[in-house]
Every structure is written in structure tokens, then in C-alpha cells.
Design a protein around this ligand. Structure first.
Ligand SMILES: Cc1cc2nc3c(=O)[nH]c(=O)nc-3n(C[C@H](O)[C@H](O)[C@H](O)COP(=O)(O)OP(=O)(O)OC[C@H]3O[C@@H](n4cnc5c(N)ncnc54)[C@H](O)[C@@H]3O)c2cc1C
Length: 175
């Protein structure tokens, strides 16, 4: 506890993020909580993150409840899966870091040739699931990069010259 945490003797000041406790099945970490250092540390450990809270929703419903709770508390939200690209998020003092790493489902539709994955899926299980059905996906060089972050950020690898960027992948695209 620091001096700023004390409103008056014997009273700990409530922070806006404390209203989020109990969401995500209790997987919400506030500054000072046991486990918060592990929760707030991205893959890129060169980046120090000090968010208002870190939360691990298990599914879309928990994510929606968390976002609503953050907005009601006057906080912003930032999704983060692995934290490979943590630097650009910048200061996180009034931000709830929404760690997507619990949402890892992977589904391959061989007829439509579409992979449908959770917000926290990494590339390796998607590559393996697609390969098991005779397909390749436009993954990058690292098996532990997140599909969502990679796809939103472009996604360029050895397939790019022939097949294009992952960000452009579309079931309607006639390769
Ligand atoms: C070892 C290594 C190898 C790499 N190889 C390649 C490569 O071959 N080709 C290439 O193009 N890039 C490569 N990259 C770069 C990598 O693709 C980007 O850093 C990518 O943004 C990482 O995505 P992430 O989800 O793992 O990281 P994160 O840092 O978790 O997320 C990256 C960004 O996406 C946002 N984001 C993540 N998940 C979601 C979501 N569900 N909804 C909305 N926004 C979301 C985050 O807010 C953040 O801005 C590599 C990076 C590393 C560290």
C-alpha cells in the first residue's frame, strides 16, 4: 500500500476497478493482488504494463460483461492475447487489460475452407487442426503468436508473395 491509497486513517480508498471484482469467474487482478505481476506481464517482458486491472474472460459472454463493467466504472479496455506486441498499447493507468488467452477454441470448416477460432487462439493449434484436414493456413513464423493480433496487424510470411497477407484472407477469395 502506498500513501496515495489511503483516504483517511483506517480507510482504504476504493478504485474504480474494484467494481470489477467477481466478474470473469473471479479471474480479475487488481494492483497489489497475489498473481497480478504474472497477469500483467506480456510476452515481451521489455514492456512494463501497469493497468488498472487485468481480467481473463472465459467466453464472449464474460467479455461482454467485463466491457460493460469497465465502461460503467469509467475505464477503457484493451485486448491482449500473448503480448507479443505490447509496446503500442502505451500507458494503461485507466485501462482494463482484457487477456483473451482462455478463449482458445479452434474449428475448421472443410467445406467452406474457413477456420473459426477463439480470440485467444495461437497459430500452432490452428495449423495442426487445418493440416489434419489437408489444409494450410496463412500463419507467421512463430507458433505462439496469436491469430487475432497477427491477422489484425497484417500478417506476412513465406506464403505472402503467392497467397497474400493473412489480413486479406477471405473464403470468397479465389486463390
Ligand atoms: C517471435 C515473433 C515472430 C513473429 N513473426 C511474424 C511473422 O512471421 N509475420 C508477421 O507478420 N508478424 C510476425 N510477428 C509480429 C506479430 O504478428 C505481431 O506482433 C502480432 O500483433 C502479435 O499478435 P498477438 O495477438 O500474439 O500479440 P498481442 O500483443 O497480444 O496483440 C497484438 C495487437 O492485437 C490486438 N489484439 C490481440 N487480440 C485481439 C482481439 N482478440 N481483438 C482485438 N484486438 C486484439 C492487441 O490489442 C494488440 O494491439 C512476430 C512476432 C514475434 C514476437
Amino acid at each position: 500500500m502506498t500513501i496515495q491509497d489511503i483516504a483517511r486513517p483506517g480507510t482504504v480508498r476504493r478504485t474504480p476497478a474494484q467494481s470489477l471484482r467477481g466478474l470473469c469467474g473471479g479471474a480479475v487482478y487488481l494492483p497489489g493482488d497475489p498473481g497480478v505481476d504474472e497477469a500483467r506481464t506480456p510476452w515481451n517482458v521489455a514492456v512494463e504494463q501497469h493497468p488498472a486491472a487485468v481480467a481473463y474472460p472465459a467466453d464472449a459472454e464474460e467479455t461482454a460483461q467485463l466491457v460493460k463493467g469497465a465502461v460503467a466504472a469509467g475505464l477503457r479496455v484493451a485486448p491482449q492475447n500473448t503480448g507479443h506486441n505490447a509496446g503500442p498499447l502505451g500507458r494503461l493507468d485507466d485501462v482494463v487489460l482484457v487477456r483473451t488467452s482462455a478463449m482458445t477454441h479452434v474449428g475448421i470448416d472443410p467445406v467452406r475452407q474457413v477456420a473459426r477460432v477463439g480470440g485467444g487462439a495461437l497459430w500452432l493449434p490452428v495449423v495442426e487442426a487445418a493440416a489434419a484436414q489437408g489444409f494450410a493456413v496463412l500463419h507467421g513464423s512463430s507458433p505462439d503468436v496469436g491469430v487475432a493480433g497477427y491477422s489484425l496487424g497484417g500478417g506476412i510470411f513465406v506464403y505472402a508473395r503467392k497467397l497474400g497477407l493473412q489480413t486479406n484472407a477471405s473464403p470468397e477469395w479465389n486463390w
